[in-house]
Design a protein around this ligand. Structure first.
Ligand code: FMN
Length: 313
């Protein structure tokens, strides 16, 4: 019998729920479900300081220790990896998984599918994951991102509320629910059905196109614009914090500075720049924008097409 490994970390349980629904069409006997946990658990809810403190290590993709996990086989026919982005990078437990040779050796020569449970910014993180999979000799055959479809600012407020209180509820009763909507979580089984068919037929050619044909995945131009720029800035901040924050006290000061920088950039600077971009640049670069969106929706890893700081847009 063909075997599928499904492996992920989830802090709040949201990604677990997405994957549970995704797996509904599959035959249970074929699935080996593995949950990974960091040795030092991340707090949930987070304090504000803790939430921003994981930025440098997430962005620099540093390895953390995971609790040991057991796998029943060394030879899976399909590997499904769920993950969540942290600071436009794979979450620390996910990076740790890809830095574990016992795990990456399983990927060699195997089809790999990624399922993302994000706020709305997963493009940079997925570029890292594409590289991790490629370096392990795996073949990425599909990527299915689930996001909060509310506006960027509203979803930023609601995710902070959720992460800092642990309540996946409507902030002030005015804002929408945080995170991926119940509807999208339920609809994950639609993607599962397509993937299961491809798995049964062992025909992964065009799988990503079939997934995109559902029209449930779409990249907003404003998000693309931000992601094309923000990761480079995060990397600069990450290096400064690592270099200057040599004692706990100094690091705490730098993390606070980063926090204020991020809040100002997100809620004040980006909206102003986006007004100018939408009026003056977007109308003349629509083809370049669409090419970028097609690239990020695909499973291709192309160093030039994926150049995130290409100034065309
Ligand atoms: C520290 C931290 C940073 C995050 N950064 C991002 C991000 O850059 N982009 C994004 O779309 N979501 C971001 N999120 C949201 C997560 O990707 C994820 O959707 C949320 O934490 C729920 O995932 P869970 O299943 O692990 O609970 C972040 C969450 C945390 C805790």
């Amino acid at each position: 019998m063909k075997k599928i490994l499904v492996i992920n970390y989830s802090q709040s349980g949201q990604l677990n729920e997405i994957i549970d629904n995704f797996l509904i069409p599959f035959s249970e006997k074929q699935i080996e479900r593995v949950y990974i946990h960091p040795k030092n658990k991340f707090p949930f809810p987070w304090s504000s300081q803790e939430f921003f403190d994981v930025m440098p290590e997430s962005v620099l993709e540093e390895k953390i220790e995971l609790e040991p996990f057991n796998l029943k086989s060394e030879n899976y026919d399909l590997i499904i990896i769920g993950y969540q982005p942290w600071y436009l990078s794979p979450s620390l437990p996910t990076t740790a998984l890809f830095k574990d040779e016992n795990f990456t050796s399983l990927l060699n020569g195997k089809p790999v599918i990624t399922i993302i449970g994000a706020r709305n910014m997963w493009l940079n993180a997925q570029e890292s994951i594409k590289e991790f999979v490629q370096n392990a000799g795996g073949e990425l055959i599909a990527n299915i991102p689930f996001i909060d479809r509310n506006s960027n600012l509203s979803s930023a407020v609601t995710i902070l509320y959720w992460m800092l209180t642990g309540k996946k509820k409507k902030f002030l009763n005015i804002f929408p629910y945080p995170g991926v909507s119940e509807k999208d979580i339920k609809e994950a089984s639609k993607f599962g059905k397509i993937v299961f068919e491809a798995f049964q037929n062992e025909s992964y050619h065009k799988l990503q196109n079939k997934i995109l044909d559902l029209k449930l995945i779409n990249i907003k131009t404003n998000i693309l614009f931000i992601e094309l720029r923000a990761k480079r800035l995060f990397k600069i901040w990450a290096r400064i914090i690592k270099n200057k924050g040599l004692s706990n006290r100094k690091r705490a000061v730098w993390i606070k500075l980063f926090k204020y920088y991020l809040l100002i950039a997100l809620f004040i600077v980006a909206p102003i720049i986006l007004i100018f971009f939408n009026l003056l640049i977007k109308p003349f670069t629509i083809n370049a924008i669409n090419r970028k969106k097609d690239y990020f929706c695909s499973v291709k890893k192309n160093k030039n097409a994926g150049r995130l700081h290409n100034k065309n847009i």
